[in-house]
Design a protein around this ligand. Sequence first.
Ligand code: PHE
Length: 460
Amino acid sequence: MATDRQSIHGQWSSRLAFILAATGSAVGLGNIWKFPYIAGENGGGAFVLVYLLCIAVIGIPIMMAEVMLGRRGRQSPINTMDTLAREEKVSSHWKWLGGAGMLAGFLILSYYSVIAGWALAYVFRTGSGLFTGLTADGVQSIFNNLVSEPERLLAWHTIFMVMTMFVVARGVSGGLEKAVRMLMPALFVLLFVLVGYAWNSGAFQQAAMFLFQPDFSRITANGVLIAMGHAFFTLSLGMGAIMVYGSYLPQNASIARTSIAVALMDTLVALLAGLAIFPIVFANGLEPGVGPGLIFQTLPIAFGHMDGGAFFGMLFFILLVFAAWTSAISLIEPAVAWLVENRGMTRVFAAVAAGLATWVFGLLTVFSFNIWSEVKLLSAIPVFRDSTLFDLLDYLTANIMLPLGGLLIAIFAAWKMSRASSVDELAMGERFFYPLWRFLVRYITPVAVIIVFLSAIDIL
Ligand code: PHE
């Protein structure tokens, strides 16, 4: 039954290469920048618990489904869905699921690149010793200065987009595989160093309680939706990134084991980031809920007071840039693969075209932090009262588009695709684990996503 389709874009050199690439995609700004600040904004413990639950019962099964569809279709998400829909004799409209994912990836990258630009800027700010000895106030004003200048943000955003498109243009396996292999372990080590610092000099216990002691009175329906959305975001699910990476996965690799490995590493990085950041927040009397600037306003305090802080700080932000880089590539890969397949473009041309479009759209985010910071399109709706254009873009993509994409992927993989096809592609036998996967994807995932959506609707 196995198909003998091959991807025209190449293949990962091994299962390990795929794990590294998928981990590279999963581990990014979502873990280190976004997770801490949304956990801070949504009350901590209860939010973290819901997030972990979503990773286990929704995230891992959907990741397996996405890799499975990708490997079976062996093309960009649109064409993969088109091919599989025909093969399974269901409506060819399913290909639009691939199209919607491409759009989500484009929208996410447009703001992702701006934030990655902040990290780039911080490589130089920490490296030059700018933060040495500064108080929380001083660190905060450096952050505010950076984001208040559109030209600067634009310059960093431009540099990051050029870096991203450069790797994408060269093809995924060559440079990317090698980079991830060295950088991921380094990132882990550095996070441990930071947690060690926080353990010694921060309010570690208070932070651990904040993160792990659930207080359900502090989480709202909207908070649950944000936690679920983040489970998709952090694992790169619901938009085809993992699907397209799956399309380059060798046929003999175990989908279940690779998916679990990726999810575990991703979760570990997020929790370590939380344990590095919150002790500093509490020890310096900062607010956990300050929003997107959180890591940029806390970690430099630690670096400013550590021996060798300028060096470690620089190293940390370099690694953060790399983590963001390997994620950014996967955000645009579905679109680039599609442009090559259907528009007959060369990879280089496709990368330039997709990159330019993303760069232009990124201006919306650049201006959200300065000249348009008072533009609040949906201020009539209470939860969006203070939301800037960037906030809305983030909400739309992470909390609506990704979970919706994931829901449809689950429906396709477990209801539309025949049992025989998924048994064949997952190749995990027909005993315990396969039925468990199928049960989760058939019932638990769709029901959970729908319940969370419905309960969040009355926020409107
Ligand atoms: N998972 C990435 C992160 O946590 C972001 C991402 C989302 C990448 C969706 C690809 C697809 O930073």
